[in-house]
Design a protein around this ligand. Structure first.
Ligand code: NAD
Length: 250
């Protein structure tokens, strides 16, 4: 499956599944914009990819909840690589497990802005380019939390449920422009984020017991799903929320 000279922007690519996805796209020949609010992490990942034989990546610092920042990284992708073929809205933040009555409005707004508004903004600024160039692919990292919510994660689960519905809505709206839109729903994944969910209502150790395949997901599992959904092999797939979950959602 080649993605030779496909222009891809991956948000939250300084760490975890975004980093693995940026790497996997680059291995398949794509030109990658490594977007992250953490400039040092983004630069480290982009430099590593770019130093490889045939690798091509640049780092871009952006807060995905900020409209000007999102517009700027979309424009940067087009400036660097001529188009934006794939936008992967992957950046997200966790919510520490907390009873709903103790969740602050600030926590709610922060989680929803980074995890959900970001995908609206990404579409808002990328779609005009994709339409002009005759098509494109948008990938949104949702979560099994948007399908089978867990206690204590009200804002997080709502943001991911919203991400799934937004994905389906955009897939419908943009199909006539040949823009495919799909979500990926990872189960608990072994990244820096995972311990941050632990709190009063939830222990991360308990999550493992709810995954029939008996292991956490690895960032590479998510990267594999992303390159497939972005490729021509997935040309007939739009509006899906692909569970990469070891059976958690059965
Ligand atoms: P991670 O913490 O390893 O990586 C997240 C990256 O996003 C970090 O590099 C961080 O700097 C960046 N980021 C955070 N806020 C940002 C912002 N406002 N603007 C730009 N970048 C920002 O986490 P991960 O586990 O790789 O998470 C990636 C995605 O997967 C998230 O959307 C997360 O909600 C989702 N997810 C994670 C799990 C899990 O168990 N780890 C499970 C399901 C879904």
């Amino acid at each position: 499956m080649s993605l030779e000279r496909t222009a891809v922007a991956v948000t939250g690519a300084g760490s975890g599944m975004g980093e693995a996805t940026a790497e996997r796209f680059a291995e398949r020949g794509a030109d990658v914009v490594v977007v992250d609010v953490d400039g040092e992490a983004a630069t480290e990942v982009a430099d590593r990819i770019d130093a490889r034989d045939g690798g091509s990546a640049v780092a871009h610092v952006a807060d995905v909840s900020d409209a000007d920042d999102v517009s700027a990284f979309v424009d940067r992708t087009v400036e660097e690589f001529g188009t934006i073929d794939v936008l992967h809205n992957n950046a997200g933040i966790p919510q520490q497990s907390t009873p709903v009555e103790d969740v602050t409005e600030e926590t709610w707004d922060g989680v929803v802005d980074v995890n959900l508004k970001s995908a609206f903004l990404g579409a808002k600024y990328a779609v005009p380019h994709m339409r002009d160039q005759g098509g494109g692919v948008i990938l949104n990292t949702a979560s099994t939390a948007g399908i089978r919510p867990r206690t204590g994660l009200s804002a997080y689960c709502a943001s991911k449920g919203g991400m799934i519905t937004l994905t389906k809505q955009l897939a419908h709206e943009l199909a006539s422009d040949d823009i495919r839109v799909n979500a990926i729903c990872p189960v608990a994944t072994d990244t820096a984020m995972l311990p941050s969910f632990s709190g009063e209502e939830l222990r991360v150790d308990d999550m493992l017991d709810t995954i029939p395949l008996g292991r956490l997901a690895e960032p590479g599992d998510i990267a594999n799903a992303a390159v497939f959904l972005a490729s021509d092999e997935a040309a007939m797939i739009t509006g899906t929320a692909l569970e990469v979950d070891g059976g958690r959602d059965i």
